[in-house]
Ligand binder design. Structure first.
Ligand code: 8YV
Length: 326
């Protein structure tokens, strides 16, 4: 079952390999449960909005789930593993596109691009003025990377070309976990710092960690209070890493200069007040949204699904140990 049509070549590969069912409408939680327990499907090709909690996975009759995403916080992985359900994801192919969106949000927020666009198209641009829509410098600013995996590193690469100073904390809120030789070998200057130092010193704080119990509300009232009042928060990872009610308060009270968000705590719902603060740029989860990237994600997703249906471990598997434990 494919819960929402994925682009070609993914969909056509799936159709060539076996039989594919796409419901007329994306399934509700109840319909997903029915499908997963019916024994009719070997694999579900799932979207982030399809939730696979333990109570579903404990009764599901599935060989696996192929998630159309690199993130897999919509699936209870320990429950999938203990039920022998393999989970595939789509790493690598969306790294650059997501890092581009992190840069886009930094630049757009710092230079007030959305506000300026609205200003211009509404006919209020009546002539150049020395103090018109002044923003913040990106070059020379300190970028703090929350996490230092693939997407954070691709963001660092871009930021280095903008002459930003790069600091990072690999597994916040834990301390330095990256080998210093590895830091020294990076193709751009970057400094590994402890979590409090990252929060206090960043002009831009960009989030690149997966959502997990330890990262939920990592950015809360206390973190926001410790940030520079001139700082900008950027989130292209997962919404619930930020306590959005606290973020709205911090923006309203001038505790923080701005925020660029691609993901939301209660996605797709916006936290009340978020759309009313002027210093935010809000995108509708576009990190991987290019035609090429979505096609490559679909290809990986199909390869994972086909392998699972054949009784193999998928090429991009989150829980290969499900084979032993199942
Ligand atoms: C996708 C994402 O846009 O892959 C992920 O984890 O969050 C995004 O790149 C989305 O998952 C597409 O379904």
């Amino acid at each position: 079952m494919v819960t929402y049509p994925i682009p070609d070549p993914g969909l056509s590969s799936l159709r060539e390999a076996g039989s594919v069912h796409i419901p007329a409408e994306p399934p509700t939680a109840e319909e997903l449960r029915e499908a997963c327990t019916s024994g009719q499907f070997d694999v579900v090709v799932a979207q982030l909005s399809d939730r696979f909690d333990a109570d579903l996975l404990d009764v599901a009759k599935l060989a696996g789930i192929s998630n159309y995403a690199v993130g897999f916080d919509n699936i209870d992985i320990p429950a999938a593993t203990r039920n022998g359900i393999l989970v595939g994801n789509t790493p690598g192919v969306l790294t650059d596109a997501t890092a581009d969106v992190a840069m886009l949000l930094m630049l757009a927020t710092a230079r007030r691009a959305v506000e300026a666009d609205q200003f211009t198209r509404s006919g209020r641009f009546t002539g150049w003025k020395p103090d018109l829509l002044l923003g913040q410098d990106v070059s020379g600013a300190t970028l703090g990377l929350v996490g230092f995996g693939r997407i954070a590193r691709a963001t660092a690469h871009r930021a280095a070309a903008f002459d930003m100073n790069i600091i990072f904390c690999n597994h916040p809120p834990a301390g330095r976990t990256l080998d210093e030789n590895e830091v020294a070998a990076l193709p751009y200057p970057a400094r590994q710092v402890d979590w409090p130092e990252l929060v206090e010193n960043s002009d831009f704080l960009s989030i690149h960690v997966p959502l997990s119990p330890s990262t939920t509300h990592l950015i809360d009232t206390d973190t926001l209070a410790a940030m520079k009042p001139t700082a900008i928060l950027v989130n292209t990872a997962r919404g619930p890493i930020v306590d959005e009610a606290a973020l709205v308060d911090a923006l309203r009270n001038g505790q923080l200069a701005g925020a660029g968000l691609d993901v939301y705590e209660h996605e797709p719902r916006l936290t009340p007040g978020l759309a009313d603060v002027p210093n935010v740029v809000l995108l509708p989860h576009l990190g991987s949204a290019t035609t090429k990237v979505r096609a490559r994600m679909a290809q990986l997703c199909a390869e994972n699904a086909i392998a699972i249906a054949r009784g193999e471990v998928p090429p991009h598997c989150v829980n290969p140990e499900a084979v032993k434990d199942g």
